[in-house]
Design a protein around this ligand. Structure first.
Ligand SMILES: *Cc1c(COP(=O)(O)O)cnc(C)c1O
Length: 462
């Protein structure tokens, strides 16, 4: 029996939630065209759609809001943000932006364009979207272990470095615009990347002169996994591990809505303070986000970000955070329910294809399971599988994902053990009824880029 690790905080303010009846939930999801993104938040009981911007801020972070300096340019809050970033990441230039995809939009067109490639251990959906929007093409070389959900391995987020090098040689190093390392690897199940892997990826990038960018949304959870699992790191502090991770890259894009514990925010970091990229980043930021000392954020948001960067790295918090997800995993293990093992950093990725072997990938088993969980007890999860994959930008053909996952992404410091226990009960009920369903969904309408956010679906009856 896995133990639940007590929360290293107490609750100061609450937000009421309510559970609709099953009949109401069935109506709501039909009205939402079977797309969980189209549901109203108030119709959800436990919201695990995403861990992005759904965090509970601390009293220290709320205090930061009152300190916010709203000067248009050069606000005090901007300089506090810069100081915290320099201290945590050790880079020479930082630009605030309103969220992670804004960092991608501002940064990528500086070196990605038609004819070039970006290669990752796996792309986050918006990151892949911005690679394609810049005209480049996305390549992925995640390690083999990531493709086997039942296999327990310490670093299933790693890059397959042999395949990475082979791919670089096939496409031509001169055509490789960027290598991206996603920490932790969301699409692989919130699985961590080891320091050794990061070091090796960095060596290959240097060998071929390719810039290395960390997609840093979950930098702190990744660092905690390194501390817990990688030889030589048990006695290092989280800030030390974070510093070493970032020392291997040239730049990072970060959604601060994850490990930095804020509700809105993002950062671009460039190691070299004299990088020739900086004028282009500033220019794009001014065009799309706002002046480069606020980047689409309020001064008060920059204050909270500066506090959240440190709180996100607090070891007792991270012990609880990873422990609470491991608790969920342990409960599922007891019931024999398949998921990407071991439990990830920010959520549980149920193996929807194992729930529904009778439903083919192009009828979206991950989406089927998400809808069933909502109907069962008002849990909102999401597909991380073939439904999330946009059609091939060149041929328009459907793209098959490596895994068909249903992700329960756990907001930070928001839910308690009893919510987790209820979620496990709901998952178990749906698991026991798994043979009743014969068909999945078809897409009635959807855009070509980032389709899953907006698409409408219909059940296949035949
Ligand atoms: C959330 C996220 C992004 C995009 O950030 P937004 O803040 O949602 O725009 C990019 N990469 C990773 C790994 C993420 O988790």
């Amino acid at each position: 029996m896995v133990k639940y690790i007590p929360e290293p905080f107490r609750i100061k303010m609450v937000e009421n939630i309510k559970m609709l009846t099953r009949e109401e939930r069935c109506d709501k999801i039909r009205e939402a065209s079977y797309n969980l993104f189209r549901l109203k938040g108030e119709d959800v009981y436990i919201d695990t759609l995403t861990d992005s911007g759904t965090n509970a801020m601390s009293s220290e972070m709320w205090s930061g809001l009152l300190r916010g300096d709203e000067a248009y340019a050069g606000a005090k809050s901007y300089y506090r943000f810069i100081q915290a970033c320099q201290d945590v990441f050790g880079y020479g230039f930082f630009c605030p932006v309103h969220q992670g995809r804004a960092a991608e939009k501002v940064l990528f067109p500086n070196f990605l364009h038609p004819g070039t490639y970006a290669l990752a251990n796996l792309f986050f959906d918006t990151t892949r979207g911005h690679v394609v929007l810049s005209g480049a093409r996305a390549l992925e070389c995640v390690c083999e272990e990531a493709k086997h959900p039942e296999l327990v391995a310490p670093f299933k987020g790693n890059m397959d470095t042999a395949r990475m090098e082979q791919t670089i040689l096939e496409k031509g190093p001169e055509n490789m615009g960027l290598v991206v390392m996603t920490l932790t690897n969301n699409s692989a199940g919130g699985q961590p990347v080891s320091m050794a892997n990061l070091r090796e990826v960095s060596r290959i990038c240097q060998k071929y002169g390719i810039p290395l960018c960390i997609d840093a949304a979950r930098y702190a959870e990744n660092a905690m996994f390194i501390k817990q699992r990688e030889a030589g790191y048990a006695d290092k502090s989280i800030p030390e591990i974070v510093r070493e991770c970032f020392s291997y890259a040239d730049m990072f894009t970060m959604s601060a809505k994850k490990d930095t514990l804020v509700n809105m925010g993002g950062v671009i970091g460039i190691k070299d303070p004299d990088s020739p990229l900086i004028p282009g980043i500033k220019a794009n930021c001014i065009s799309f986000e706002g002046f480069y000392t606020y980047g689409g954020l309020n001064g008060r948001d920059l204050e909270c970000l500066a506090v959240g960067l440190y709180e996100g790295m607090d070891e007792s918090y991270l012990t609880y955070r990873l422990g609470s997800i491991a608790y969920l995993g342990g409960r599922l293990d007891e019931l024999g329910i398949p998921y990407q093992k071991p439990a990830g950093g920010h959520g549980i990725f149920l193996d929807a294809q194992k729930f529904y072997p009778q439903i083919p990938w192009y009828e979206f088993p991950g989406q089927v399971l998400s809808v069933e969980l909502y109907k069962e007890c008002g849990i909102r999860a999401c597909d991380i599988g073939s439904y999330m994959m946009d059609p091939d930008p060149d041929t328009g053909e459907a793209v098959r994902s490596i895994n068909e996952f249903t992700r329960l992404a756990i907001p930070r410091r928001v839910y308690t053990q009893s919510h987790f226990d209820l979620a496990v009960e709901a998952i178990h009920n749906v698991w026991q009824r798994r043979e009743e369903l014969q068909h999945g969904y078809r897409i009635v309408w959807g855009p070509n880029v980032l389709r899953h956010f907006q698409a409408t679906l219909a059940p296949i009856d035949a």
